[in-house]
Design a protein around this ligand. Sequence first.
Ligand code: PLP
Length: 394
Amino acid sequence: MVTPNMNYANLKDSYLFYNIKQKIKAYSDRYPDRHLYKMGIGDVSLPLCNQVIRALHNAVDDQSQKESFHGYIPECGQPELRENIARHYLKYSVKLDSDEVFVSSGASDELGDILDLFDKSNNALIIEPAYPAYIDASVIAGREIIRLEANKDNAFLPLPDENMVADIIYICSPNNPTGAAYDRRGLKAWVDYANKQGSVILFDAAYEAFIENSDIPHSIFEIDGARTCAIEICSLSKTAGFTGTRFGYTVIPKELERNGMNLNSMWVRNRTTKTNGVSYIIQKGASAVFTDAGQKQIQENIQIYKNNARILTSALDKLGIWYTGGKNSPYIWMKCPSNMSSWEFFDYLLEKVQVIGTPGAGFGACGEGYFRFSTFGSKEDTEEAAKRLMSLLK
Ligand code: PLP
């Protein structure tokens, strides 16, 4: 008889988004005519840019003609696209070989799949509050989890403690949910720690496109020493509105070796075994993002979200409320006023001003007392939500 992976029994039920949905439904049933200002979701609201749409249409047409039709394409990605992504990194003075870039269907897929590279006995260090997938993927793989607390005292950017023995280290910068982003000095401390310990950093750069401060690296490979200790996982979801279209890329340097095994070669072997790659059509759409016109057009949407962030942070500044994020990130992580718990504040905002955010406690115990706003909503809703917060909390 088959034995299921019993680690699934160790997963904690995720009540966060379920509870939010239930509370919103109950409120809307009571007050069906009231508009809700949804500042909670981490999903984009603006459509794909024209450059991408044109490329997608052309790729569909290619598939309709015998001469331009594509069947299977290389598992690790179209060579041209891998080259374009490698060239994109030159913007950050990072030199990559195109075969260090692997295309994927998104960061979520990779964050789970990449664990195939590591022995089951390796533990995973997770900085909390955390994007829930890090914990769940590690639990499913049966790994020991070590937690490191991010808090107000360390500006939600903890540094490594030399006494910790961590194998796999998840770092998300700019961070979801806190919006905090490591500067060069902070990332250098992590890279030095990982090289010394022989750990591997899984660097989640899903929000790098929101960075505006020149001291915040877009890529961990901007840091000396990262090529021997890091894997970078990226996504076009928030960068270019691909949440529903699905595309990401992962960088594994050729120097990354442990126990005489080369992780780049191992990942080639993994991909050629476990996937037949990302669809031709989607890779064509993604290619358009890395053209000059594509880069310009995706910035137009990012600037709209950034303007939403300015509207909300300016309200919080006026109210004297402590927060991180909002500048190099689409998330704002605020301290709940009057020592309210995360869920108390959620209920208070919903009942009094119909503004919805995400309770920080849903991202780990040390998120209690904090609240996350996302800036992916419309400008109109964000402006009205900011006005309502001002009048309620002043
Ligand atoms: N990593 C972080 C930190 C995220 O917030 C998200 C999505 O919200 C992802 C990864 C998933 O990205 P994708 O849509 O590419 O799977």
